[in-house]
Ligand binder design. Structure first.
Ligand code: G6P
Length: 492
């Protein structure tokens, strides 16, 4: 099919993210199609876009692709091309080998290269220019995530009439870590171009404000930051300076909870869940991990704990199987290649030592799966194991809870995932404490049904109440309060 042209050229509501909600794919027959791309971000913003007939600016996931804007499933798509070199320097380099490890507690050592930074600047400028071009007078632009932290500043310079929001989907690091970044002031100035800067957790917002205070010397009165400006008409701060007030606070993101729950009630998906358990040889307990294959996720820690439970004889493969879905991610970045080797060696070793002809220890899958299959997996799992060493939110934890309409299943959740701030009724763990992790897995396996139900009910209330529609509504309300008169409809 020839994609449809959008009905207009400027939009009142524009979302800007590195990745478009669709990926460009070419079939064996040479046919081009657009498939939904991975990541929580996409799931989160799709409903908001639909009701507002807005546009989405982003990269199609492959180098050197030039496209005219088109409409896909009710969303107007405006592609921004990246060259081969930009994919290497801006995306794989600065975004995912500098910022990503830096913002996740330096779990892997960040690399600092000036040419990567220059590419980051250039690409951020391109995204800002595109947003400036297609947003109508007085419109709202919502910029997403760490790949685009300079866009708010550049966009404000080009279009002071716009209301600009920024949401950071990943953690914001403490000052002591953030200070490593050679371009730290530039990043802060970039973000401060926004009217509202959203974070996942209260800690992220206070880390950011503290960095602004210490590195730029601006006054902050939680949750506001006073940014000095030249504009004569701007209000005076308490210190007698002309300022622009920026709101920086937490807006914890969520999922389309009702959508996930509806899938979990489908008889075909429930049948698939039973089939999955049978395929695994009907172990007494199915433990599930679902992650992008990323060193922040603590996949090694989880396998270490599970492997030790088998070697200690506290578990056998008939008792429990660990299903690990590790979807391919950033495969040309060295830290990711190393991680993959290490995980796959570990899986091979554990299976070699403990699997029998009828039962595997770890059922490992280096694939992404469609949402229906994920829901079947969640339904098949007695225990969901989320052991992130650092994670902005972790939407997988929320997805598991949303599908468990039977009020059964146990969520083991890392204290270092943003979700732990809300999901207090999960079994919270420190993934670095392997002994504690092993005991928590055993506790989950042995937990009486009554306790499982009490905990899951409490978790479900949180996740069903606070869904992604509420998240975006709250963020957009905050934007409207800072710049009255700019209101965007939230999904019903
Ligand atoms: C995380 C980030 C997103 C990113 C996603 C997938 O969720 O917060 O911005 O899109 O990972 O990573 P990728 O590098 O493939 O876009």
């Amino acid at each position: 099919d020839q994609p449809e042209k959008p009905s207009h050229e400027t939009y009142g509501f524009v979302v800007v993210s590195n990745r478009l909600p669709v990926d460009h794919t070419v079939g064996e027959d040479g046919q081009v199609s657009w498939e939904h791309s991975p990541g929580g971000l996409v799931t989160a913003l799709e409903p908001v876009m639909r009701v507002n007939d807005g546009a989405w600016i982003g990269w199609a996931g492959k180098p050197d692709l030039e496209f005219e804007p088109f409409e896909n499933d009710g969303i107007n798509i405006v592609p921004v091309p990246l060259s081969d070199e930009e994919v290497e320097r801006y995306y794989e380099g600065f975004s995912n080998d500098t910022l990503w490890p830096l913002y996740h507690d330096v779990i892997s050592a960040p690399t600092y290269h000036r040419v990567w930074w220059e590419s980051y600047v250039r690409v951020n400028r391109r995204f800002a220019e595109k947003a400036a071009e297609i947003t109508e007078e007085g419109g709202v632009v919502w910029v997403q995530d760490y790949q685009l932290q300079l866009v708010p500043q550049y966009l404000r310079e080009l279009r002071p009439d716009l209301t600009i929001g920024f949401f950071n989907h990943i953690p914001f690091p403490p000052l002591g870590i953030f200070s490593q970044l050679p371009w730290r002031e530039k990043i802060l100035e970039g973000l401060l171009g926004a009217d509202v800067i959203g974070f996942q957790r209260a800690d992220d917002a206070s880390n950011f404000s503290r960095s602004v205070r210490h590195l730029l010397g601006y006054a902050t009165t939680r949750p506001f930051i006073d940014v000095p400006v030249d504009d004569e008409s701007a209000p005076l701060s308490r210190r007698g300076r002309k300022v622009r007030r920026v709101l920086a606070k937490q807006f914890p993101i969520s999922i389309d909870s009702a959508g996930f729950e509806a899938l979990s009630r489908r008889p075909d998906i429930q049948a698939r869940a039973r089939e999955i358990r049978e395929g695994l040889g009907n172990p007494k307990t199915v433990i599930l991990g679902v992650d992008r294959l990323d060193y922040t996720k603590g996949i090694r820690h989880r396998m270490k704990a599970f492997g030790e439970l088998l070697s200690d004889g506290r578990l056998s493969v008939e008792d429990a199987t660990l299903v690990q879905v590790a979807s391919p991610s950033r495969e040309r970045v060295e830290a990711y290649m190393d991680l993959r080797d290490e995980i796959e060696l570990t899986v091979g070793r554990i299976n070699g030592d403990y699997a029998t002809m009828s039962h595997t220890a770890i059922s490992y899958h280096h694939h992404g799966y469609p949402r229906e299959e994920m829901v079947a997996l969640y339904l098949a799992a007695d225990i969901m194991l989320v052991t992130a060493l650092r994670d902005g939110m972790n939407l997988v934890a929320k997805e598991y809870v949303a599908v468990r309409h039977d009020n059964d299943g146990v969520l083991i959740l890392s204290e270092f995932a943003g979700a732990a701030d809300e999901l207090r009724s999960a079994l919270l763990v420190n993934p670095h404490d392997i002994g504690g992790l092993k005991n928590t897995i055993m506790r989950a396996i042995e937990m009486p049904r009554r306790d499982r139900v009490t905990r899951m009910r409490a978790l479900r209330r949180r996740v069903l109440d606070n869904d992604v529609a509420k998240w975006s509504a709250k963020f957009l309300e905050a934007l409207a309060e800072v710049r009255p008169g700019h209101r965007i409809a939230a999904p019903p």
